[in-house]
Design a protein. Structure first.
Length: 448
């Protein structure tokens, strides 16, 4: 059996260890890999644990676009074969190519390529990935959730050819990780749902376990990612954010930066890779973020009053595949908030809270735009989302796991993209903003 593994960025070391264990214990005989970042590629080239039949480096593929002549006929053929439904979805899912992000910090949003260059980029990716699969002929493709032109194309081309694809998926629940045959749903969970949907609850296998999980969550809510999503585990106060100025912290930052510059200069080819962060922009973007933090946002925050009826909208962590892949047409968070606020009952407030991992990234102008909407109250990020959810009349998210948390509390939920829990009976996914008022009215008047 031969597997093709997506070895992504710094997680490539973990993925490589998985390949080694599959070979030692589970009958895997050959492996090839699609690798992201040159540092990971060099690590894999120099290790002696696994003899990969081929390593395709994303950055090397990307670099060839400069000498590529765009063939519209070829691109139209690729679009007919592998479009979702067009090729733009591949480009829009790549935060580096589409917005210049990842190599620059959010809120930077400038496409570094012309239209013609973007066509050349997707053309070279398609050619190289098709040639790679033709040569390697893997039995399956395995990797993390896709993000970017290369991995998204690889997954769709493999699926179209009948090659099994397997993706590591976040379930949204602490300590539970899933493997799915599709990156946009939990295939195993969907099969179980279809099988058990018409059974009496007491007859559903593991119903008691599911009920116990819900009761446990309601008694002691836990986020699936403490480091990113739980404000108790992040430094969100302005004084904490400025601790980097302490002598010990400052020296550590300088040491890290010196190491970064050395790697950037000493690694062959690294400084020319499209995914490499230039040391100058690294410093500049972080300085701007620290200035925003020093200025603070406390004067923009309102008071949380759980006694009066309200809806809750949680802002997203950006840029991430949760929006780029699963909700490409719902990414304007100010407009989403405006439309939701204007769809609520008269007298209801819309509480909006920042994602704990985004504190300092957004500008004051973003929050002021939200506060121009009369019935919106911006809450401090230190408040836990679950404390807001408990008394909310309605919870809305684009594709965030706050919707799953609200579902476990039995709250009505609105989503605006493709997310794992859309099939829950209390969840409504909207496909057009014009539908919001009627969906809000239905959820607020129908018992869940």
């Amino acid at each position: 059996m031969k597997g093709c593994f997506i070895l992504q960025r710094r997680f490539a070391v973990l993925g490589h260890e998985m390949v080694r264990l599959l070979m030692e214990r589970h009958g895997l005989t050959q492996a090839c890999a699609y690798v992201q970042t040159r540092e990971s590629y060099l690590y894999l080239k120099n290790q002696n644990d696994v003899a990969y039949s081929a390593l395709l480096l994303d950055e090397d593929v990307h670099a060839t676009y400069k000498n590529e002549n765009v063939d519209i006929g070829y691109l139209e053929t690729i679009e007919r074969e592998y479009g979702i439904p067009t090729l733009w979805q591949y480009l829009n899912a790549d935060r580096v190519i589409r917005s210049g992000q990842l190599v620059r910090e959010y809120p930077h949003d400038t496409c570094p390529y012309t239209h013609e260059e973007m066509l050349a980029i997707i053309q070279v990716y398609a050619k190289n990935i098709i040639a790679f699969l033709d040569k390697e002929k893997p039995d399956f493709v395995f990797g993390p959730q896709v993000a970017g032109v290369g991995t998204l194309l690889l997954s769709h081309i493999a699926q179209k050819r009948g090659i099994k694809t397997l993706f590591v998926m976040n379930s949204g629940l602490e300590m539970i990780t899933c493997v799915s045959e599709r990156y946009n749903c939990l295939t195993g969970a969907n099969e179980i749902f279809e099988r058990d949907a018409k059974l009496p609850l007491e007859s559903v296998p593991r119903y008691a376990d599911a009920r116990a999980l819900v009761q446990s969550f309601r008694a002691k809510p836990t986020t699936y990612s403490r480091a990113n999503d739980n404000p108790l585990y992040r430094s969100l106060h302005r004084s904490d954010q400025l601790r980097f100025l302490l002598p010990s912290q400052f020296l550590r930052s300088i040491s890290w930066y010196v190491k970064m510059v050395w790697v950037w200069m000493a690694t062959p080819g690294l400084k020319h890779d499209y995914t490499t962060v230039h040391p100058w922009w690294y410093v500049w973007d972080r300085l701007k973020r620290k200035v925003r933090v020093a200025r603070g946002f406390d004067d923009l925050y309102g008071v949380f009053n759980k006694e009066k009826p309200y809806a809750f909208l949680a802002l997203h962590f950006l840029p991430e595949l949760a929006l780029l892949v699963h909700a490409p047409f719902a990414q304007n968070e100010v407009e989403n908030a405006r439309n939701l606020a204007q769809s609520l009952r008269v007298g209801m407030k819309l509480y909006v809270k920042e994602h704990p991992a985004m504190v300092g990234y957004r500008t004051r102008a973003f929050y002021r735009a939200l506060l121009q909407i009369p019935n919106i109250v911006l809450l401090p990020p230190q408040i836990r989302a679950t404390d807001i959810i408990r008394n909310a009349s309605l919870v809305a998210t684009i594709t965030g796991m706050v919707g799953l948390e609200a579902s476990l509390f039995g709250k009505p939920v609105i989503t605006m993209g493709n997310v794992l829990f859309n099939r829950f009976s209390n969840v409504r996914r909207i496909h057009a903003q014009d539908d919001l008022p009627s969906v809000v009215k239905e959820l607020l008047t129908t018992p869940t």
